[in-house]
Design a protein around this ligand. Structure first.
Ligand code: UGA
Length: 436
């Protein structure tokens, strides 16, 4: 059928917006990226990403050169010239844990105000059940004259750090709409993706996103709590993860015990789903526990650190390796590492920090934490090292060379990254999360 080029507008140029834009370029569509932040638009226009995400900048340069993508801050023109509009703005945690829809509302109002012909308006941002309906009303309220349009829920499942791969090769695509016309346009957009498409209504589609993230968060809290029992029993939790993960009904992913999940999605989305449940008079007791386990996991690890170092940490110097909430991202939102640092500072510890991409320069933490360029500098003169982020760099460190630099040979591995026997044979005291 040749495939017609669809003119797409993506509003919001963060992780989701930028990645979405570029994968549609890869599939031969024409994309405009819109953001109110002039600095972001200037950076993107000159081929620079304003966040760290492997592989994305190369793709950006390619599609700028090929003129498949352009960026603008001109809302009115962008809305008028495009037929499919993706809303990819942030939905931060608002009051009482529910998602704050201010940005989505602003965008919907602009779409209504400037609409000149039929549009498909797609919400890709993670939005609570019922938002498609709200978006519809915000648009109608702001239309100078009635023009038909459809709102589609099309959630995104990409992960920071592997955004490109996840978006190009998704496990599934979810399209929530009751309009045949919009469905046909969405199918055309996604026709070159090799994965099942789940067709449903907007509400179910919105629920799928929260249910997926909450389920994954639940897997992590499940293994983390189990790890505490494994610690008491001297069982290696990694073996347990492997042993249960090989059952296809369970699956191996998101069963890595650690310091708890962080980032901008799981903590926010689990809370938002709990809030939706509360508003509708339904208790989600399992998810309630998921949040509790996650909140106490870094503290559990802190206790292990305190115990091993003789109780009182006052006056000690400790190296923290890794600041981002996981590897391959510069995102520190809800990072367990920051909770550990906060606790160490509270215990009067001198904290020396390292991260391959995160720089504390402009954060208030830079006043109380010293950051170093190399791991060797960071661990020098310390009583212990705490591994907080699962960066690949940290898996291949030469511990034999690092040990003589340290005052005391303690390694606390919050990600179960190291081979316990190997570092113990070098004379280290090693403590992980039920990594026996
Ligand atoms: C998550 C989901 O995985 C994506 O599918 C979803 O699209 C995204 O949220 C979103 O809603 O936008 P992300 O937050 O980027 O993606 O990061 P994940 O890779 O899911 O990791 C979340 C946290 O769980 C990290 O702190 C990670 O270290 C932790 N984790 C992950 C574990 O502690 N154990 C594991 O086994 C896996």
């Amino acid at each position: 059928q040749g495939g017609s080029v669809v003119k797409i507008l993506v509003i919001g140029t963060g992780y989701v917006g930028t990645t979405t834009s570029l994968i549609f370029c890869e599939k031969g569509h024409q994309v405009t990226g819109l953001d109110l932040d002039d600095r972001k638009i200037q950076a993107l226009t000159s081929g620079k990403l304003h966040f760290y995400e492997p592989g994305l900048e190369e793709l950006l340069t390619k599609h700028i050169t090929n003129k498949n993508i352009s960026f603008t801050t001109d809302t009115e023109t962008a809305i008028k010239e495009n037929d499919v509009i993706f809303i990819c703005v942030g939905t931060p945690m608002g009051k009482e844990g529910s998602a704050d829809l201010t940005f989505v509302k602003n965008v919907a109002e602009s779409i209504g105000r400037y609409m000149n012909r039929y549009k498909v308006v797609v919400t890709k941002s993670t939005v609570p059940v019922g938002t498609a309906e709200k978006v519809t009303n915000w648009i109608i309220k702001n239309q100078p004259t009635p023009i038909s349009f459809d709102v589609v829920s099309n959630p995104e499942f990409l992960r920071e750090g592997s955004a490109l791969y996840d978006a190009l090769y998704p496990d599934r695509i979810v399209i929530g709409t009751t309009s045949e016309k919009a469905r046909t346009i969405m199918e055309e957009l996604y026709k070159d993706f090799q994965c099942p498409v789940v067709q449903t209504n907007p509400k179910a589609s919105e629920m799928i996103k929260y249910a997926a993230n909450s389920f994954l968060a639940m897997k992590i809290s499940y293994i983390n709590e189990l790890a505490r029992l494994c610690d008491r029993l001297g069982i290696n939790v990694n073996d347990v993860s492997k042993g249960i993960g090989l059952d296809h009904r369970i699956g191996p992913l998101f069963l890595r015990a650690g310091m708890g999940y962080g980032g901008s999605c799981f903590p926010k989305d689990v809370n938002a789903l709990l809030q939706t449940a509360k508003e509708n008079g339904q208790l989600l007791s399992i998810l309630d526990s998921v949040v509790k386990v996650n909140a106490s996991q870094p503290l559990y690890f802190m206790e292990k650190i305190q115990q091993a170092l003789g109780g009182d940490l006052q006056g000690k110097t400790i190296a923290v390796l890794g600041l981002s909430f996981k590897a391959n991202t510069d995102d520190t939102r809800e990072s367990p590492s920051l909770i550990i640092i906060e606790n160490l500072l509270g215990d009067q510890v001198t904290v020396r920090a390292h991260d391959p991409v995160v720089h504390l320069d402009n954060s208030p933490l830079s006043e109380v934490v010293q950051q170093f360029e190399t791991v060797a500098e960071t661990v020098s003169g310390t009583d212990a090292v705490i591994l907080c982020t699962d960066w690949e760099d940290y898996k291949s460190l030469n511990w034999g060379e690092l040990k003589p630099l340290m005052k005391q040979p303690y390694i606390f591995d919050g990600r179960n990254m190291l081979d316990k026997r190997e570092v113990e044979s070098l004379g280290f005291h090693y403590i992980g999360i039920a990594n026996h």
